[in-house]
Design a protein around this ligand. Structure first.
Ligand SMILES: Cc1ncc(COP(=O)(O)O)c(C=O)c1O
Length: 372
């Protein structure tokens, strides 16, 4: 059976490396290998000595230990190191879902969180985040009404891509209470965790709150290291972990040695990397706010509470048409919401890159040129 087109990634395939002014990237500013090693007080010579044999399938004990230390109640043997965060979505859905099972997915969602579940079972409900005048909200009662006797899995992503929504700890607990009451698994995509903005506390990881949570995290977004393709799952249940590791033998077998080495370096300086990117996002949001005030007739601005992206309303008939035109005519890339399975009246913008102000200035110059 064919799977749905991965629309976001197809769009990035078309434009990411040919459009000069990216304004919709979800990852934060990256760095060189040499700079990362220097920050972690390690040398390039250490990397040069690394042997390129097969690695442990579950991931090296050192890296699993470093991941477990980011949590309160996670043991190194609960951690499965992946060959990309994306792989974790595929493996977890394959492991947890069978045809006929019911899943609930918070939407709009990063495509694979919905599409892989739908590929396995037609029985998938969408729990939609709704816009308010100034932000986004979730309705916990609406969520509980979606739960059925055959509900096996609930899929959430906080901080949320693409809206920048962050639940309160009470809302997070309410979701977990419902999962617990109905005895379902909870897939918690925490790829943007640590990017809570303006002094908001980091939301607890679901792995520390619920034994049936499967948590996905990694170094692509918050740490700005997507080229490492480093990610991991936290799975406390030994049987589910073993089943998932069996699926993994069919995808990547074991993580790449250089990626594990550099991931360990990154986790040594975890707080520094996150702090640097959080400050960059806050700085860029400072520049974005007056821009959206100046262009209020074109954009509806709902500032993100957390994460590196926001979903911005567009007062035009088709965001997709507009984004293609913008890429071709101005060399500026925005992501239309229809590629996220949402309406055609929003665009995703990203705030984690160092060239944000320059790229926004290019967009503004284009807007001025076409409106005068
Ligand atoms: C919510 C979410 N989960 C998972 C991923 C996959 O991460 P990666 O591309 O590093 O594999 C992404 C990437 O955009 C994402 O936004």
């Amino acid at each position: 059976m064919k799977i749905a087109p991965f629309e976001i990634e197809q769009y990035f395939d078309q434009y990411e490396f040919t459009t000069p002014h990216l304004l919709c990237a979800s990852d934060c500013e990256t760095m060189s290998t040499a700079d990362l090693l220097a920050m972690a007080d390690m040398s390039l010579a250490d990397l040069g000595r690394l042997r390129l044999g097969y690695t442990e399938s579950q991931g090296s004990l050192d890296l699993r230990t470093a991941v477990s230390r980011l949590h309160k109640s996670v043991q190194p043997n609960h951690v499965v190191i992946l060959t990309s965060p994306e792989e974790g979505i595929y493996l977890a859905m394959r492991t947890l879902l069978n045809p006929g099972d019911h899943a609930i997915v918070l939407t709009p969602a990063y495509n694979s969180l919905l599409a892989v579940a739908q590929h396995i079972t037609p029985n998938v409900s969408q729990w939609e985040i709704k816009p308010t005048a100034t932000g986004w909200e979730i309705d916990i009662n609406a969520f509980e009404r979606l739960v059925k006797p055959e509900t096996k899995l609930i899929i959430v992503n906080f901080p949320h891509n693409p809206t920048g929504f962050l639940p309160t700890p009470e809302q997070q607990q309410a979701i977990i209470d419902i999962a617990q009451r109905h005895d379902t698994w909870l897939f918690s995509d925490e790829m943007y965790r640590g990017l809570e903005l303006h002094g908001t506390s980091t939301l607890p990881s679901a792995a520390d709150l619920y034994h049936r949570a499967i948590v996905l995290a990694g170094l692509s977004k918050t740490h700005g290291l997507p080229g490492l393709r480093s990610g991991w799952l936290i799975i406390q249940d030994p049987d589910i972990r073993a089943q998932l590791q069996n699926w993994k033998h069919y995808t990547s077998i074991c993580p790449p040695a250089p990626s594990e080495f550099l991931a360990l370096a990154a986790l040594k300086v975890h707080e520094q990397l996150i702090g640097r990117n959080r400050r960059l996002i806050e700085h860029n949001l400072h520049i974005a706010t007056p821009f959206f005030e100046r262009w209020a007739q074109l954009f509806e601005w709902r500032p993100p509470q957390a994460g590196s992206v926001a979903l911005v309303g567009l007062t035009l008939p088709s965001a997709a048409d507009y984004c293609h035109k913008l890429a071709e005519k101005a060399g500026v890339l925005l992501l239309p919401s229809s590629y996220l399975g949402y309406d055609d009246q929003h665009v995703r913008m990203g705030f984690g890159r160092a060239d944000f102000a320059d790229n926004l200035a290019v967009l503004e110059k284009y807007l001025q040129a076409v409106t005068t």
